[in-house]
Structures are given as C-alpha cells and as structure tokens.
Design a protein around this ligand. Structure first.
Ligand code: ZN
Ligand code: ZN
Length: 348
C-alpha cells in the first residue's frame, strides 16, 4: 500500500482567522518516520499563542496541537521503538539534531541545532510540521512514545506537553516525601503540578491570586491553599517551602513575596511563558535566602518515558473534558474563555 500524502486538519490560515477543516500535505516519509491515526489531541495554551502569532509571526497555514495520541499505522525501516498497531503519543517536540552536545547529553529538549516543534516548525527535509487537530500525523520515531497498557489514549494525550512540562522539573529537583511544594497558578499546568507533587509524596500548597480556585485545588489533593493577594494567607507559609513551581502568575509578581516562603536553599522553578519579564531580583534577597531561581522546558525523551512509567505506577490522572474533533473551534473558544478544568481533549 502506498503511503498517504495528505491529511485533514483544522487550519489557521492567518492571525485571527477562523479555523477551517481542510486537506493538507503530510511531510515526506523517511526511515525514522511514523504515521499515526490521531485518536486524541489536548489543547495547550501554546496552540492559541501560535494561532494568534502572540509569540512572533506564525508560519501560516498552521495546524496546531501537540498533545497527540493515536495508533501507529506505518513505520519506517529504522523504527524499532513502535510497531504498527501500537497506541502511541507525541508532545511539543518532534525532532532534534541528535548531534550537538546537548542532544548527546540527553537534553534533546534544549537542542542547540535544528529543533523541530510538532507544529509551526520545519523538519530537517524542509517540510513544514503540522500538529494534532487532525485525522493523521506523521513524525519521527525518536519523539514518539508507546502509551502504557493501563492508560487510555484520551487520558494519555495531555501528559505529552502539560504533563512532562511539570513532571520533569519536579523530578529533576528531587521532590520527595520531605518536600513542601508551592504550586503557583492553578490551570492546566498547575493542576498537573499538584497531582505530581502529591504522587511524589510531598506536602503541597496551591497558590493563586484570588480564592476562586481554592475548592478545586483542594479537590485535586493540595494540602492547603493561599491567595497570593492576601498577606494573611501567605503568613503561615513563610519559611516553609522547599520548592515553588511557577506555572503562571500576574504582572504584579514580586520576588520578595515568594522567596521569603522558602526554607534555606529553596528552588523556584519557572515553566510559564508570560509575555512580560520577571522584575529585577535584589542581590541581598538572593544571598539571604540562598534560593535558586531556574526554568524548565518541556522534557527530554528520557524524561517523557520516565513520566509515563511514573504516571502508570502511581495512577496519576489529569482532569480532562472532551470535545469532538469536529467541534475544535468551539473548544478553542471555550478554552479562551478560561473554561477548562483543567485540560480540553479533542477526540476523533
Ligand atoms: Zn503545550
Ligand atoms: Zn541537538
């Protein structure tokens, strides 16, 4: 059977244009390529930033979606990690150079050569990359993962971006039963942050601007909640935390508010990408807290494998709401209205 050359997907043709369902070219096959029939795709904030060109001009036409699960339908000659019929997934990254120092050290997510985003990117062969608001996807086996037996495709998909973005740094910074973790922002990423930190055995406090998210955060398993706008709420946390995972915060952000919540040597991990810069940090504050401030970008293939195993072992389940793939424009509209609790999943 000859390989398909096209797929159908929801196409953003220009900034602000409505999504249209149409036929698009699949990238060329090669010995590492994997074809998948898409079953599910999560909706990520990055999809909206790309469609709206808010992180810089997008390469229209775009088909977004980078929390993709499906079933492998065709694999290249050198593919050994998946076979036809396997349930598989792919996240925000679909390619790296495999040759730079970072790739060789297992930091493919930080590749300093050609790094292919799952959508709005360019494959090494020059073809454009298209995401999972679609019926089919073709990519590279080195960024494709088998889904654990115990996990359905609809549950699995959001692990591939939101899941690993929050799992990888908590694991890297050794969150465990002795940790006290503050999760700043209770949205798609923050909800995962709470689930992971609890599964790692930590005590977890959800931190969010008002009181709106309090009940949900406690329902997710947080041991406590503090409204960051309320000094009285934050007082009992002073000097208590070992880690803060920052998934989102307002532009009124102040380092003092958060670094003083740390025990000595606390770690502030940023995974959010607001369009503004963090404020200056006082050298005195850094010295006298011995805090570390760092960031984290999605996760490497090894971290994705590790996350899937951990999630299956600890039965970590994201909170998702499903929409039919044909209702993707409505799902995007509801996403933009802030309705996800906590992740939307499109289903074919
Ligand atoms: Zn994403
Ligand atoms: Zn590289």
């Amino acid at each position: 059977m000859s390989a398909p050359t096209t797929f159908n997907g929801w196409v953003g043709e220009a900034k602000g244009a409505p999504l249209v369902w149409k036929e698009m070219p699949l990238r060329a096959e090669d010995e590492y390529s994997v074809d998948m029939d898409v079953t599910h795709c999560g909706i990520c904030g990055s999809d909206i930033h790309t469609l709206e060109s808010s992180w810089g001009p997008a390469k229209y036409p775009c088909v977004v979606g980078h929390e993709i699960t499906g079933v492998a339908t065709r694999v290249g000659k050198k593919v050994t990690n998946v076979k036809v019929g396997d349930r598989i997934g792919v996240g925000a990254q679909s390619g790296s150079c495999h040759e730079c120092k970072r790739c060789k050290a297992g930091f493919e997510n930080l590749c300093s050569g050609q790094r292919t985003g799952t959508y709005n990117g360019i494959w090494p062969n020059g073809d454009k990359s298209y995401g999972g608001y679609a019926d089919k996807w073709r990519g590279d086996c080195r960024f494709v993962f088998k889904i654990p037996e115990s996990m359905t495709n609809e549950v699995a998909c959001t692990f591939f971006c939101a899941g690993v973005t929050t799992y990888a740094p908590l694991k890297r910074h050794n969150v465990n039963k002795d940790s006290v973790v503050g999760v700043l922002g209770v949205g798609g990423l923050g909800h995962y942050g709470i689930l992971w930190a609890k599964a790692m055995g930590a005590r977890v406090y959800a931190l969010s601007s008002g009181t709106k998210k309090k009940d949900l955060a406690l329902e997710l398993g947080a041991d406590g909640y503090a409204a960051t706008s309320n000094e009285e709420d934050l007082k009992p946390l002073k000097g208590e935390l070992t880690h803060i995972l920052c998934t989102g915060t307002g532009q009124d952000f102040k380092w003092e508010t958060y670094l003083r919540l740390f025990q000595p040597n606390g770690v502030f991990i940023n995974v959010g990408l607001p369009s503004w810069n963090f404020p200056e940090v006082s050298p005195m504050l850094l010295v006298l807290t011995q805090a570390s401030i760092c960031g984290s970008a999605i996760g490497s293939p090894a971290e994705i494998e590790d996350m899937l195993k951990f999630a299956a072992e600890h039965n970590v389940k994201p909170w998702i709401q499903k929409y039919s793939m044909k209702d993707a424009p409505k799902a995007v509209e509801d996403f933009n209205a802030g309705k996800p609790k906590f992740r939307f999943v499109l289903e074919n």
